[in-house]
Ligand binder design. Structure first.
Ligand code: GSH
Length: 236
């Protein structure tokens, strides 16, 4: 059964799911909602797909439909051996990493949508101790330490969180190509993930689009739309 991943025509939150499925070489299709025709999602599929909590990204696996990035990644991970453990402490470590990366992803989203983007970008990229709310670098320091001698975030074995982290690092490098300069372990980790044969060929293929990363209202790497977006509209 071919899986279906639904998402906007941006890298956004959908890309990590693509990366995991490309690594696994699991057949999947993309249902891409183009921002120029956002009504297809908002006023058609969202209401009619029979999902309990319709959102983007979503995954369809046969008659099972589910949304929420973390949930989708864990579902795929459990199904194909890239998430989960019989050891509740190891499982909690996997969950902790996933939740933490999600927080960092939201921090990136807050930055790129900030009305004072340039000002906030300076704080985001500063490694000052009093910038914990907004700075990415202090959080990257934690990952640098966790990686230490480990090849991947949980050790020698890949898990879905590694792909989530790769994507987070990649979009931050798009924002500032020097962001990993002080983090040799993270830079090595990023290269290791992109050197996996399946990921290497995916990143070189036409399927992978580095940009746009964000929606049309973002101040950085946002999608270009050729028409007005009026999301207050309530009827098709
Ligand atoms: N917590 C959700 C957030 C999903 C979300 O905000 N999706 C945005 C795109 S990044 C969207 O446009 N959703 C479509 C909708 O709200 O109908 C997740 O992690 O999947």
């Amino acid at each position: 059964m071919t899986l279906v991943v639904g998402y906007w025509s941006t890298r956004g939150l959908g890309e990590t799911i693509h990366l995991v499925l490309e690594y696994l070489q699991v057949p999947y299709e993309r249902k891409t909602y183009h921002l120029n025709n956002y009504e297809e999602w908002l006023f058609k599929d969202k209401e009619n797909m029979g999902m309990d909590f319709p959102n983007l990204p979503y995954l369809i696996d046969g008659d099972f439909k589910v949304a929420q990035l973390q949930t989708v990644l864990k579902y795929i991970g459990r199904k194909y051996g890239l998430f989960g453990s019989d050891d509740s402490k190891e499982l909690a470590r996997q969950e902790e990493i996933m939740d933490n990366i999600r927080d960092l992803r939201y921090r990136f989203a807050s930055l790129v949508n900030s009305p004072v983007f340039e000002e906030d970008k300076v704080k985001y990229l500063a490694a000052l101790p009093n910038q914990f709310v907004i700075s990415i670098k202090r959080s990257l320091t934690q990952y640098e330490t966790v990686l230490g001698e480990r090849k991947y975030l949980m050790g020698d074995k890949l898990f879905v969180g590694d792909f989530f982290m790769w994507h987070l690092l990649d979009i931050n490098e798009c924002l500032d190509p020097t962001v990993l300069d002080d983090f040799p372990n993270l830079a090595r980790f990023k290269k290791d993930v992109e050197s996996l044969p399946q990921i290497d060929s995916y990143l070189k293929s036409d399927k992978f689009k580095k940009f746009p990363i964000n929606g049309p209202f973002a101040k950085f790497a946002g999608a270009t739309v050729s028409r007005e977006i009026n999301i207050s509209k309530t009827t098709p």
